[in-house]
Design a protein around this ligand. Sequence first.
Ligand code: H2B
Length: 92
Amino acid sequence: MTPLSLQDLEAELKNLDGWTIEQGKLHREFKFASFVEAFGFMSSLALVSEANGHHPEWFNVYNRVTVDLTTHDAGGITQKDIDWAKTANKLA
Ligand SMILES: C[C@H](O)[C@H](O)[C@H]1CNC2=NC(N)=NC(=O)C2=N1
C-alpha cells in the first residue's frame, strides 16, 4: 500500500470530522463522558484493529483518547489509516 498524495489526503480530511495532520500522522483527540466510555471505545477499536491488521498509536488519560495513525510498512498515511479514522468516528 502506498501513502496518499497530499491532494488525496486533503480531500479525505474534508470528510473526516476532527482529524488533522500532525507531524505526518493522522491525529485526533476524542473526549468521552467517563473512563469507562473511553476504554469501551478503545476495546471496540482494538478488535477492529486486530481483525484488519492495522493498529493505532494511542494514548489514554481518564476520559480522553489521543490517536495518531500512520502506516509503518508504507512510511506514510494510507487508505488504511483513513478507513480506521472513519470507523473510529462512527464508534465515538
Ligand atoms: C504483519 C502485520 O500485518 C504488519 O506489521 C502490520 C501490523 N499493524 C500495522 N499497523 C500500522 N499502523 N501500520 C503498519 O504498517 C502495520 N503493519
